[in-house]
Design a protein. Structure first.
Lengths: 150, 127
């Protein structure tokens, strides 16, 4: 709040994030927002890939060269170091986007349950918040294992 | 919802002059997105590989193209509604908030147009 004290006096503010002890529900809630924004980045990548697919094989090869480069062909010398780092960062973003999709889907299902008024008892709430948070990482790991190893 | 006239309570609009529409549509699009993700992710995994030939052949099929179109559309819609809430929560200055919402709407329409063009082009041939 930029204009919290226009008179120059320090007026009391309502308690905010820093005074609460973190719990699974809080973590799940903020991760839901973070993963929602992350999944939007993933959606943009999907649209980029679709455009490349329509533009033809060369454009598609260029797209995959950006988002999932073959690291065995990196030179790791001079400007090649910069490209290598960029390609690794892209892989991290792509894996991050897949996590965002899975995590947001699971915590979204949790929100559907909470919307009905169920699941607010402390133990159950903590359990499912933790389960959804961990489940997002587990599904991401299963997805990439299936994609890369099968 | 204890106050107001009976008809006011039924409309559920309150002083903001807009009701639960935004909240409900986020849920509707979330359901659609979940259902379509259950198709999209396994289908992606079941492809023999992700090279041009395999992906193009998959998405050019009528059912795949239809489902992909729905998937892209419902997710853009859901993302637009969700990002609106994020903007409203964190952008406090009125002019910046207005500009952010305008930009969000422009990008949304551009994304829908681009996605629709790509999927139709994929399905009906061409490149």
């Amino acid at each position: 709040m930029a204009n919290a004290s226009p008179s120059g006096r320090n007026r009391p503010l309502s308690p905010h994030l820093q005074i609460w002890r973190w719990g699974p529900g809080m973590a799940s809630s903020i991760l839901h927002r973070v993963s929602g924004v992350g999944a939007t980045v993933g959606l943009a990548l999907v649209l980029w890939g679709l455009g490349a697919l329509v533009a033809g094989p060369e454009a598609y090869a260029k797209f995959t060269g950006w988002v999932w480069a073959d690291l065995s062909t990196e030179t790791w010398a001079g400007l090649g170091i910069l490209w290598g780092v960029i390609h690794i960062l892209f892989k991290i973003v792509v894996v991050g986007c897949s996590w965002a999709l899975f995590s947001h889907a699971l915590s979204g299902i949790r929100h559907f349950v909470l919307d009905t008024g169920a699941g607010y008892e402390l133990d159950g709430n903590n359990f499912w918040a933790t389960a959804c948070t961990i489940g997002g990482f587990v599904l991401t790991a299963i997805f990439w294992a299936a994609l890369l190893l099968l | 919802m204890g106050n107001g006239t009976s008809i006011g309570r039924v409309r559920g609009l309150g002083s903001a002059h807009s009701g639960v529409h935004h909240w409900l549509v986020i849920r509707y699009t979330a359901i659609g997105s979940l259902l379509l993700a259950v198709w999209f992710v396994p289908s992606l995994l079941m492809l023999p590989n992700l090279n041009y030939q395999a992906v193009h052949e998959w998405l050019a099929r009528p059912v795949s193209a239809t489902l992909l179109g729905l998937f892209v559309l419902v997710n853009i819609w859901h993302a637009r509604l969700g990002l609106q809430v994020v903007i409203e929560d964190y952008v406090h200055e009125h002019a910046n908030k207005f500009a952010s919402i305008v930009l969000l709407n422009l990008v949304t329409f551009a994304a829908v147009a681009f996605g629709a063009f790509c999927i139709v082009r994929l399905a009906l041939g061409g490149a």
